[in-house]
Design a protein around this ligand. Sequence first.
Ligand code: HEC
Length: 108
Amino acid sequence: MNRKMWVAAALTLAGALPFTARAEIDKKIERLWKGKCAGCHGTDGKGQTDQGKKLGIKDYTTPEWQKSQTDAHIKAAVAEGVKGMDGYKDKLAPDQIDGLVAYVRALK
Ligand code: HEC
């Protein structure tokens, strides 16, 4: 291999490593969402569950909903709770809550 190819290979590797680490985190967060949140919000985040309908949970996959929320607001809602939902700050680690904020953000 010439020098250029080595550089290209090194860059590919450097790029690939954080990517696999991130995919692993996302898997855990996805499990968390399915285990703790999807019962009300639905696995797809549309809120079309029995609980979701009863509690009037909104569809979080719409651009309108996404636009109406800031990351800070979502984080506070998950940590402190809102009407109809208990806060998770005693049940989840801060990085899990951050992961869930990103997960909710990615619902589209
Ligand atoms: C017992 C049912 C229930 C569970 C379980 C639940 N939620 Fe909620 N959640 C609600 C209700 C009800 C609302 C308020 C209605 C709305 O905003 O759609 C809400 C609102 C939210 C909001 C929006 C807050 C706002 O001010 O609009 C976010 C974000 C959210 N939940 C995330 C989560 C996450 C993440 C989990 C899992 C850790 C979770 N929820 C678990 C019922 C639930």
